[in-house]
Design a protein around this ligand. Structure first.
Ligand SMILES: [Zn+2]
Ligand SMILES: [Zn+2]
Length: 159
């Protein structure tokens, strides 16, 4: 199980609290993501458990960034379960970037499912190199366990 998930780790490195390395990693991540088109509305669906106050559109119509275990990224509307990567057909997951105030950007993969009313909701998440876990309201930093804030929807390109 673990080996099959290893490849899904997004290419964002968490480094030990060594100032130089951390700064370099943070800058490279930010640089790579600068061109990203943001999708705040989409992510608020995920982050707030599907009950945003300012979004009228159903989640199915929100376009998100997806990433497969081989690092291919593409844009697709939110959907239940993994989607097949259009490049290699491997299972792809929704990718978003959170940020720890101390340790910088952290990649988070997610899988949507449907609630009892048939609405899409985020059901499982994978924070950096950690195992998949049930989605909750907290997104703890993998290094210090402090709550992270949502940072951005990453660009599909730059690979
Ligand atoms: Zn792929
Ligand atoms: Zn941290």
């Amino acid at each position: 199980m673990m080996s099959s998930l290893r490849g899904t780790t997004p290419r964002i490195k968490i480094v030990a609290p060594d100032d130089g390395g951390r700064r370099a990693a943070t800058y490279s991540v930010c640089g790579a993501l600068l061109m990203a088109a943001l999708a705040f509305y989409a992510w608020n669906y995920w982050r707030d458990g599907g009950t945003p106050s300012f979004v009228a559109r159903p989640l199915e119509e929100v376009t998100l960034t997806w990433q497969c275990p081989n690092g291919h990224r593409f844009r697709a509307e939110a959907a239940a379960g993994p989607l097949p990567c259009p490049t290699c057909r491997a299972q792809a997951f929704v990718l978003q970037v959170y940020k720890c105030a101390e340790h910088g950007p952290v990649a988070v993969l997610g899988v949507f499912g449907r609630d009892s009313a048939g609405r899409l909701e985020i059901q499982r998440i994978k924070i950096a190199d950690q195992p998949w876990q049930p989605a909750g309201r907290r997104y703890p930093c993998p290094v210090c366990q402090e709550p992270m804030i949502w940072l951005r929807d990453p660009a599909p390109a730059d690979e």
